[in-house]
Design a protein around this ligand. Structure first.
Ligand code: ADP
Ligand code: NA
Length: 330
């Protein structure tokens, strides 16, 4: 039997190439080997951005475009918007009753984020914000997922999820365990730098949008930093400290030795080297971009796909909730 995966992403509106290489590309591979539930987790987005929700519909729609154009198959996988399946909220509430506050307060991402925010943290430190991993637990358990692709920083969230599962099973279903204990699936992390050389992140403004077409790709690559020691065209460069070269590693397979050699011997300048990179990226992303344009021309189709996904997700979620309610005598 195939394992079952649940994974989600927040519709933040700035899906970038780092998000693709670090997460989505992996989902596209996993879809063949697992039964997958992929959710655009808009309720999670509310745990930090609740003041300005007007852009959410657009962000959700764009994320659906990103996923579908990347090659996630809406038949093979259940692709849906979290808030369209109300059972997420219900299970979150029920699980919250059996989760000691101390379990949530010691989650490292919670403590780190608060520390990072300082004074500002007071505004964001809501009940829902603390409950972020609780909601994530509900997401996973609703579909009885046994496998959750996550980054290193999310591993403690899954430890929490397993503690909650054990507590739930112990309290309400000791004879017949309702929930499996979900395990993290860690892929080798590919971390893509942004055009300024730091990790690509929407919070740095250094991203290359995943939806970028050829012209925008070329414009962003033109701004990319290279070896800072290389001033003149005739200076030899060092690819090991060059952000453009890091990108070449992702997008110029088969040409790497030549590119590194040309750089070290100053046979090619950074401007031309980046032109080469931009063209390689344009062709590597051409299929995705084409698929995206086809989908953009047909927004109704995208909405249908999401409605179909929500319907399928609801069926599974409703069955789980029946078991949960029975176990809890509700
Ligand atoms: P951001 O840093 O832009 O806010 P998120 O924190 O929303 O991105 O991350 C969403 C997903 O994308 C996570 O799985 C994260 O590990 C992955 N990711 C984000 N930035 C990168 C990057 N530069 N390289 C690889 N993966 C990344
Ligand atoms: Na699948």
């Amino acid at each position: 039997m195939k394992g079952r995966i649940f994974s989600g992403m927040q519709p933040s509106g700035k899906f970038h190439l780092g998000n693709y290489l670090g997460a989505l590309e992996n989902w596209v591979k996993l879809q063949n080997d697992y039964e997958c539930f992929f959710s655009i987790v808009d309720l999670h987005a509310l745990t930090s951005t609740y003041e300005d929700t007007g852009k959410l519909p657009e962000h959700i729609y764009n994320m659906a475009l990103d996923w579908l154009s990347a090659g996630l198959d809406p038949e093979q996988n259940v692709i849906f918007v979290q808030s369209q399946v109300k059972e997420h909220a219900e299970l979150h509430l029920l699980l919250s009753m059996i989760t000691p506050l101390s379990w949530l307060e010691r989650v490292p991402t919670y403590k780190d984020k608060l520390q990072q925010l300082g004074e500002q943290g007071k505004e964001i430190n809501t009940y829902g914000f603390l409950g972020y991993p609780e909601l994530m637990t509900a997401d996973i358990l609703l579909y009885k997922a046994d496998t959750v692709p996550v980054g290193e920083d999310q591993v403690p969230h899954l430890e929490l999820a397993r503690e909650i599962v054990r507590r739930f099973n112990y309290l309400y279903s000791p004879q017949r365990l309702i929930f499996p204990e979900p395990m993290p699936y860690l892929s080798q992390a590919k971390v893509l730098p942004g055009i300024d050389g730091r990790k690509m992140s929407k919070s740095y403004g250094n991203e290359i949008p995943f939806a970028a077409g050829p012209d925008e790709l070329r414009a962003r690559v033109r701004l990319m930093v290279t070896d800072p020691q290389r001033i003149k065209r005739s200076d030899p460069g060092n690819p090991d400290v060059c952000t453009a070269y890091t990108f070449h590693k992702f997008y110029s397979a088969g040409q790497l030795e030549r590119i590194a050699g040309d750089c070290r011997q100053a046979n090619i300048g950074c401007v031309d080297c980046k032109k080469r990179l931009a063209e390689n990226m344009v062709s590597a992303l051409a299929d995705i971009h084409q698929r995206r344009q086809n989908l953009e021309a047909n927004p109704e189709r995208v909405r249908e796909i999401l409605a179909y996904g929500a319907e399928r997700a609801r069926k599974v979620a409703a069955m789980t909730m029946e078991e949960v309610r029975a176990a809890m005598h509700l």
